[in-house]
Design a protein around this ligand. Sequence first.
Ligand code: DOR
Length: 444
Amino acid sequence: MSERIIIRGGRVIDPARRLDEIADVLLDSGHIVEVVRGGAADGAREIDARGLVVAPGFVDLHTHLRDPGLEYKEDIASGTRAAARGGFTTVCAMPNTQPAMDNRATVEYVLRTAAAEAIVRVLPIGAVSKDRAGEALAELGDLAAAGCVGFSDDGAPVDDATLMRRALEYASAFGLPVIDHCEEPSLSHGAVMHEGWVATRLGLRGAPAAAESSMVERDVALAAATGAHVHIAHVSTRAAVDAVRRAKARGVHVTAEATPHHLTLTDETVAFGALGGDALLYDTDAKVNPPLRPQDDVDACVDGLADGTIDCVATDHAPHALIEKLCEFDEAAFGMSGLETAFGLCMRLVHAGRLDLATLVERMTLGPVRALGLDRVVPGIATLAAGAPADIVLLDPERAWVVDPERFASKGKNTPLAGVTLRGAVVATVAGGRMVFESEAELV
Ligand code: DOR
């Protein structure tokens, strides 16, 4: 049930209106009523937000909910509960389900299940190709009509350049982007991490940075040729950031995202774990695709996020079962469970002085919305303007907490951050006017 709530005395950051001031936020019947100083309570439930940041709920463009078909890893109920704990009030669901979201019926199943079981908004992303096999285009028109907000074969690249060209042409006819997993398979074949000294030391096969950047260059060229919109998923290398920057300067319709892990962790995490030390861990929880990169690439991604070359943070939340990670490194699944650590991890950039807090909030709210044009689908999303959906997050930028995957709402406990202290916590999440998460520490 949505209720009447007044959130008092927080630092209200609303990037859409360039608002950053101490104020009260009043919500009623699932919508924002007003942001004012000294608002009247009028029988509303009062929440004391003094010392906290109050912002629009985070929006994740890149969530693997695994439903249908892979519910042992995650389902719509558990995945959206993880989202709420992470401060997200909207998640875009990737189509690498079983069956793939390459047809209207599967998209309708996801939307129906979300209506019954999700506690935050779920927006589906349709596949580019049938069964994500990279051979024949999916029925993009049907997927658009069913409510998809973009198309992606995420997890796999669209290897065939002509298929990508056609996908861009059709997608632009529906006003939607192609969300591009950039990986040149002939360069990354058999790779399980980044190619560099760490891979050599571990005796593991690596993928070079060029496996990513060469496909970014190709698809930027195809976006330029077609006038279509390409959104580059999980940018992880300096060369890819440079390619996006140059393309934007030329006026190509390209947007990009980076994950919290590619913005903060290096390939050394694979060897030594996130807590560091001398022992070689071969940490399968740090095995992701694209792989964690060296510090120079991380720095370039952070600079790109700060200057707007990278439009937003997106989690690539990729939950897996224990058995898929408790095995030899070569055999382990790619991906980490990311929704519940995203804000705390990104706060490292703020505490290190690389990004200011208001910019981080922008990159997790308005940034993703603008990148995919989600405000056309959900009017008022990611703003605290009167009449907007009451999607709100309360944040404590200073609160330190220790990551314990056993406490995740996600079924995916696969994080290399277990035992790591993060400074920056989600205190509460309101979705559609309903309190969907309150942290254990007292709120009033
Ligand atoms: O690490 C990853 N995991 N990268 C991807 O592109 C796919 C994802 C998954 O679905 O597990």
